[in-house]
Design a protein around this ligand. Structure first.
Ligand code: FAD
Length: 196
């Protein structure tokens, strides 16, 4: 199994970075090969532009997109680590998907409508929130995010989301609670991702 860790947070001291490190350590301890795409560290422009559409039409993606697609192609499991911003993905992650999951690579339109081209690949998502679990339940935010991201993006491309784990109210809870969240991340990697 080869994993691709797609990480979207600008701050090296963030809780998200601690999640990334925990996932990396568990994969390394298990001897699982993985690559990391730290989106803020990449020089890739996440804004989809006219030249991308031209390149897609000519069947030859731009060089920076082709490089990211190579990482996706090689991976059996995509692990996405991100904070929830405006009940969605950070713009840099959404832009990475806009450009990398392009027509002809991630999906195609056939006679019967759209078809996912990334079948066989699995996805695990770790999302941190500012909002409490109670608010997420009350307003249905979790379901809305799962519909848009799990089904609307990854499912649309034929991928199977095997885990979408939310960590709630991260800035508000105690240090001990955050540490327990990281223990849970390690447990989920060992129990659900290593066997994927
Ligand atoms: P940080 O703020 O980086 O860290 C939180 C705490 O964890 C800090 O005290 C930090 O010191 C501590 N920490 C760091 N490392 C460790 C470690 N190893 N062990 C223990 N503690 C550690 N939330 C929503 O629910 N819905 C929204 O729509 C939403 N929109 C947002 C939009 C924007 C633009 C922004 C900036 C925030 C938004 N938020 C929203 C809140 C956001 O989701 C949370 O602030 C974020 O998920 C917290 O994760 P973080 O990695 O940024 O935490």
């Amino acid at each position: 199994m080869k994993a691709l860790l797609v990480y979207a947070h600008p701050n090296l001291k963030s809780f998200n970075h601690a999640v990334l490190e925990a996932v990396k350590e568990e994969f390394a301890a298990a001897g699982v090969a993985f690559d990391v795409r730290d989106l803020y560290a990449l020089s890739m422009d996440p804004v989809l532009k006219a030249e991308d559409f031209l390149a897609i039409r000519e069947g030859k993606p731009l060089a920076d997109v082709a490089e990211e697609q190579r990482f996706v192609k090689e991976a059996d499991l995509l692990v996405v680590i991100h904070p929830v911003w405006w009940f969605s993905l950070p713009a840099i992650l959404k832009g990475w998907i806009d450009r990398v999951f392009s027509a002809g690579f991630a999906y195609a339109y056939g006679k019967n409508g759209p078809e996912g081209l990334l079948k066989g690949k699995k996805v695990a998502i770790f999302s941190t929130t500012g909002g409490s679990e109670k608010d997420y339940d009350t307003y249905g935010f979790k379901g809305a995010i799962r519909t848009a991201v799990d089904n609307g993006i990854f499912g649309f491309c034929g991928m199977e989301v095997i885990l979408h784990h939310f960590m709630h109210a991260v800035p508000a809870v105690s240090q001990e609670e955050r540490e327990a969240m990281l223990v849970q991340v390690r447990h989920l990697v060992r129990e659900q991702l290593l066997s994927a």
